[in-house]
Design a protein. Structure first.
Length: 118
């Protein structure tokens, strides 16, 4: 019986710590808010960016067209990080991620986190 309790406690601790590990930092950052126009003009591969705007439409499995009013860019958002609350083309969001620039193709943002901005 004692072994069962210890095993159960160990399992609960392991599952609880896994949940803590997936939490996101939401405090201040040294990465400044930028615009799509700046990313398209001077963005570099693996550059960390923060963008605010709207997801205009879904263009692939985890790909969306994003605009902040200064331009549009394709973004990739893993469904595991997509917020539970509904987001449509009128919802203001903040994206944090990295610029992905491949030879001979348009830049794209690989999104690390997304949140609604109300």
């Amino acid at each position: 019986m004692r072994v069962l309790k210890i095993t159960g406690l160990a399992l609960a601790l392991a599952l609880g710590s896994a949940g803590i590990a997936s939490a996101q930092y939401v405090g201040p950052s040294n990465v400044k808010l930028t615009t799509v126009a700046e990313v398209l003009k001077t963005g570099t591969d693996d550059q960390h960016v923060v963008l605010r705007g709207k997801l205009l439409k879904k263009v692939g499995s985890e790909k969306y067209e994003f605009s902040d009013g200064t331009g549009t860019i394709r973004v990739e958002i893993d469904k595991k990080i997509f917020p539970r609350e509904p987001i449509d083309d009128k919802t203001q969001v903040e994206l944090q991620g990295e610029v992905e620039k491949e030879f001979m193709s348009s830049p794209e943002i690989d999104v690390d986190s997304i949140r609604r901005v109300d």
